[in-house]
Design a binder for this molecule. Sequence first.
Ligand code: PHE
Length: 494
Amino acid sequence: MAENEWGSNLSFILAMIGSAVGLGNIWRYPYVLYSNGGGAFYIPYIVAILLMGIPFLILEYGVGYDFKSSFAKAVKKIDSRWEYLGWFLPVAVFLIMIYYSAILGWDGIYIILSFFKGWGADPNVYFTNTLLHSSNSWMGLLQFIPLIAVAMLVGWVIIWFISHRDLEEGLGRVSKVLVPLLFVIMVVIVGFSLTLPGASIGLSELFHPNWALLGNFEIWMAAFGQIVFSLSLGMSIAFTYASYTKDDADLITNTISIALANSLFENFAALGVFSILGYMSLQSGTAVADLVTQGTGLVFIVYPTVFNVLGQWAYVLGPLFFLTVYLAGLTSILSTIEPLSFSIQNKFGFTRSKTMTLLIIVGALISMIYATAYGGSILGYVDTFINQIALLLGIIFECIIFAWIFKAEKLIDFLNSRSKTIKLGKWWVIIVKYILPIFILIVWIGGMMDVIKSSTFEQLVFTVISAAVLLIGTLVLTILPAKNPDWENYEERI
Ligand code: PHE
């Protein structure tokens, strides 16, 4: 089997689910659901999946499957003046990888701490001061935190161990084990959480529908934003994974399975998170509304606080919970290196193994910025820039290049001929050519305004630095001369 080929359709689907199901499903979705109308949020959420998630994934898969080449090479083939954009997305996704590795590192430390509640009586002080030594000043860059560096390096070694092998032997096999395992552990955690006293308080808070909010533009934006992040849309990952498939895949049905699995997982996670918050609320007398938060605060502060009052059960639930976060993060981070790696292999003729080793060394070195006392702050800034600005632009580019220049219509016949479920029609072309780019543009403008309005000076500086790194990386890879004679040759498939 070739070094970049899935062994079976199952490996492809599970690796895609592994990429989609990540931190966003565990720490982002429950909060988004709660703060945007509870039960009423399901209406914009389902609309976002049907109108954007599934149609757009089909487009990315369709083009990737058709070209059977890396993202940069395909974009160059569609129109060589756009090669630059072909590198922009893979580099942006690689930057995500670098900061995801920090979160993975923190979580690795928490897996160990959870065996003895090593975060002590005040998890907030532990996380912010004892572990991260959080500093809001630039001087924090000079303070290196060896424990975090070691935890991150462990993550990089695991990633290297899996990714430098041939695709099926590494990522394919690992996805087949870890993704089902992730779902099983989640079922155990949620099953247990639902039996806790007070669970129903949390759940009724979560689902209590606020229908009035449906008329509010913001909850629609939140739903679309959640789906972009959660399904890893427009990140050139789906494209790359589809290009690794052999010739017999039913891509439309695959897309539906992946979107369903992703939603199932995040709604399940929401049940678990809110049952536990309900329990905590009952124990402490604090309202659920005052406990709920998202992101690192939920995982590294609220959860340890709950485990502190949970007694003996915490020694089972704690390690299981942090392990779930680790596995979810690992299967996602493994996908973030693929688009850049495959594009470099195509252009410079390196082997998969050599490219991965090289990228992982570069990634690990840069990631050490996050092992400083200022790292936590930088991580927040870079994350906002990539998610709210760079990636949304990437989706708009993809719509222009794939749907308009390449012409989405060309894919309909061959996608339909393999589909055993839904068949595409004109409606699909209208979605990917008009509705989607216009809507994303609106969300993008909203995100930009947000960043500009609420930014501090530091945030603006880091936004500019991240943009510069992204643009320079993109430019260098575009300008460097190709080493692989195949880079200029294409096999016409349509
Ligand atoms: N989809 C992942 C999640 O829900 C996040 C992710 C973003 C993964 C970008 C890969 C690339 O957490």
